[in-house]
Unconditional design. Structure first.
Length: 295
């Protein structure tokens, strides 16, 4: 965290665009609203489970033995408190992860905006501007790698848990036969969907924005034409800095969180879900008739 705290003020000082500050603030406010909705949704869901338990509807999705999880039946309400506490902590951690990733995304977007502005810069000032972009990208890369170091284990554990949770929750929803059982399952589906969105899509957009920088520099004609040897050498140095394919948030170093990875994961999840639904026990049409005849 020390590297992040040292590099961040310099990055903010160098990479300043008034237009992006408003958009970034709006994005963070949107994340905060989702956090509030999820928190109060958790409270409402806990209350819903409490009411359904009192009315005896919880057995629609849980085996009746859950009443004796803590040996004595009156202690079953501890389960609701544990669920509420765990989801709240999970929500806070996910909100922090999304906000940090979102902030770095807007910093990468501001950096690319500065690269695009280079095409309108006078030739006499280009060398100084390109050197400044090298310094700026160094700070941006340092902050991104520090962010990866902080959250890579968290992202790995979240993906490893959210995928099977989503699969089993969807399988549970698609096999409900009553409306109330379906209603009880819907909050779990929402939590899984938001968790998967937060842990994958935000860092994936960060990596995508960082990957655009090299192409933007290559398309800035004023840097390359007319040819100037000193400017060309500095520009090639900047290209080397931009050519960091592993810059982003990883899953404990195994793989970067990218949009192709999200597509692959969703495809595998849908295949597994179809397989689980095929394994659902099906009633034999003649079973009840045979049972009646035997009686």
């Amino acid at each position: 965290m020390g590297v992040f705290s040292r590099s961040w003020p310099e990055l903010q000082r160098e990479n300043h665009f008034l237009g992006f500050a408003r958009q970034r603030t709006k994005s963070i406010s949107s994340n905060t609203r989702r956090f509030s909705i999820l928190y109060w949704g958790t409270f409402a869901t806990t209350f819903l489970y409490f009411v359904s338990d009192q009315l005896g509807y919880t057995t629609e999705i849980l085996h009746e033995s859950y009443r004796y999880t803590y040996k004595y039946e009156p202690l079953r309400y501890i389960r609701l408190l544990v669920i509420f506490y765990n989801i709240t902590v999970w929500n806070i951690a996910l909100h922090t992860y999304i906000c940090f990733s979102n902030i770095m995304y807007w910093e990468a977007k501001k950096f690319n905006k500065k690269l695009r502005v280079l095409k309108t810069t006078q030739t006499s000032h280009l060398l100084e501007k390109v050197e400044n972009m090298i310094r700026l990208h160094t700070q941006l890369g340092r902050c991104t790698r520090e962010l990866d170091r902080i959250f890579q284990v968290f992202a790995f554990l979240m993906v490893c848990t959210i995928i099977p949770s989503t699969l089993f929750t969807l399988a549970l929803v698609l096999t409900r036969s009553s409306l109330f059982g379906l209603v009880l399952c819907i909050p779990s589906v929402c939590y899984c969907a938001y968790g998967y969105y937060g842990v994958t899509l935000t860092p994936a957009t960060l990596h995508e924005e960082l990957s655009k920088s090299k192409a933007i520099l290559c398309m800035t004609e004023s840097i390359w034409v007319p040819f100037e040897s000193k400017l060309n050498r500095v520009a090639h140095t900047l290209l080397i800095h931009l050519d960091q394919a592993d810059l982003g948030i990883s899953l404990w170093g195994f793989a970067l969180v990218t949009k192709p990875m999200i597509l692959t994961t969703v495809s595998v999840m849908m295949t597994c879900l179809a397989f689980f639904l095929e394994l659902k026990p099906k009633e034999c049409p003649g079973f009840h008739a045979n049972s009646t005849a035997m009686r």
